[in-house]
Write a protein that binds this ligand. Structure first.
Ligand SMILES: Nc1ncnc2c1ncn2[C@@H]1O[C@H](COP(=O)(O)OP(=O)(O)OP(=O)(O)O)[C@@H](O)[C@H]1O
Ligand SMILES: [Mg+2]
Length: 379
């Protein structure tokens, strides 16, 4: 016997929730509802079962573009088009999608937007940790009901994955490789047999068409709980790269800071581009272990100095400039943030930073103000 779709509680579709303007961080499908609607209206390509958009329109949603009626779709992901195309296509097959990459390469971000565009709901999410239990992936029980009435459909609490299976939606698992190996392996039956048995009830939930799963995993966690080869075979792996050039990274940071600034009611970055470029340059040089001109070798600090951290340094700087300065992003507004991101380990990282400051920053044309600001916060 199989469990009917209706008996699994539906999730509140994101679009049905109101007061979107009040939440601190709306889900992708709320924040970009207008773009998704425009895409759906003008998308005449075939859509896989239960998909809100065709694969082509999903890729356009992620990469940006202009629709026939002139609607502009903002780029969410800045990077190679092919990567997005492969990721979207995977979701239309019977293999699940694994987004892999170093920290801050937009794995979570891409996963959320893919789920929003494909299923219209990015909230069917399991956050992986070392303590994630099997129930988080399969199902749990409402103990009051279980004790009162014994095991029944009513007492069963479906996991986000179970709900996605029953409704033909996209489920998301964050940080898959932090989950203990035996718990990870619960996914094998789900992904290969497309079913989730509930032995207590003698039932199963069979995935309906439209179901798929996006997992993310961090390169740095490699070796913690590596995927078993059986599970790995159920996934198509897509590696998200670091931004290929400083210009691309400046572009990403600028776009995201603008979006974040809007929700924090900060002004749009007017003259901040120089400082954004500076943050990106410092992060890239220290990350790569060599100056941009390739002349000076550097030591890399222990922090990751990812694009994501550059975004938060600039956003914090902008908040400082807004509340305590004249609203223009200046070297003094980013110096403390950079220091905080670079110097994680007080001894080793501080030496690396001092050396960088004195040998590279100090000598660079046009960086005098920044050098002084850094000296001030480093003291
Ligand atoms: N190529 C990119 N295009 C657009 N945004 C990007 C890109 N790279 C990073 N970002 C931005 O960086 C931020 C952090 O990304 P996200 O949290 O998804 O990283 P992650 O890869 O999941 O990192 P972690 O491994 O730490 O979980 C997001 O706000 C995202 O917009
Ligand atoms: Mg992440």
């Amino acid at each position: 016997m199989s469990v009917s779709v209706e008996s699994v509680e539906p999730t509140t579709a994101a679009s049905e929730r109101d007061e979107t303007g009040q939440v601190l961080r709306p889900h992708a499908e709320q924040a970009f509802a207008a773009e998704l609607t425009a895409l759906a209206e003008q998308d005449d390509r075939p859509r896989p079962a239960r998909w809100k958009l065709s694969p082509w329109a999903v890729a356009t949603y992620l990469l940006g573009g202009t629709l026939p009626d002139g609607t502009v779709i903002t780029p969410k992901y800045v990077g190679p088009r092919r990567i997005v195309e492969v990721a979207v296509t995977t979701l239309a097959t019977d293999r699940a999608l694994l987004l892999l990459g170093v920290p801050g390469t937009a794995k979570t971000w891409v996963s959320e937007h893919l789920a929003a565009a494909v299923s219209g709901d990015s909230t069917l999410l399991v956050q992986g940790t070392a303590g994630t239990p099997e129930e988080a992936i399969r199902y749990g029980w409402n103990y009051a009901r279980l004790l009162a009435h014994g095991p029944s459909r009513d007492a069963l609490v479906p996991s986000p994955v179970m709900r996605a299976m029953a409704e033909g939606m996209t489920a998301r698992v964050e940080e898959l490789t932090r989950i203990p190996a035996d718990v990870q392996d619960t996914l094998i039956t789900i992904l290969s047999e497309k079913t989730l048995p509930v032995p207590e009830l003698g039932e199963e939930v069979q995935a309906v068409r439209g179901f798929n799963l996006i997992a993310t995993a961090n390169d740095r966690d490699r070796g913690v709980n590596d995927l078993s080869s059986a599970l790995r075979r159920r996934f198509n792996t897509v590696v998200l790269p670091l931004p290929e050039s400083a210009d691309a990274e400046v572009d990403i940071v600028t776009r995201r800071v603008e979006q974040l600034g809007r929700s924090l009611e900060l002004p749009a970055t007017p003259d901040g581009i120089d400082e954004i470029r500076r943050v990106v340059t410092v992060f890239r040089e220290l990350r790569d272990g060599v100056t941009a001109d390739g002349r000076t070798k550097l030591k890399s600090p222990s922090g990751t100095l990812s694009t994501a951290e550059a975004i938060s340094v600039v956003t914090n700087g902008l908040a400082l400039a807004t509340h305590f300065g004249d609203g223009v992003l200046r070297p003094g507004d980013i110096a403390a943030g950079i220091l905080g991101a670079v110097v994680r380990d007080p001894a080793a990282d501080r030496m690396i930073w001092q050396e960088y400051l004195e040998t590279v920053v100090r000598e660079r044309d046009g960086w005098t103000d920044f050098y002084r600001a850094c000296r001030e916060v480093s003291a």
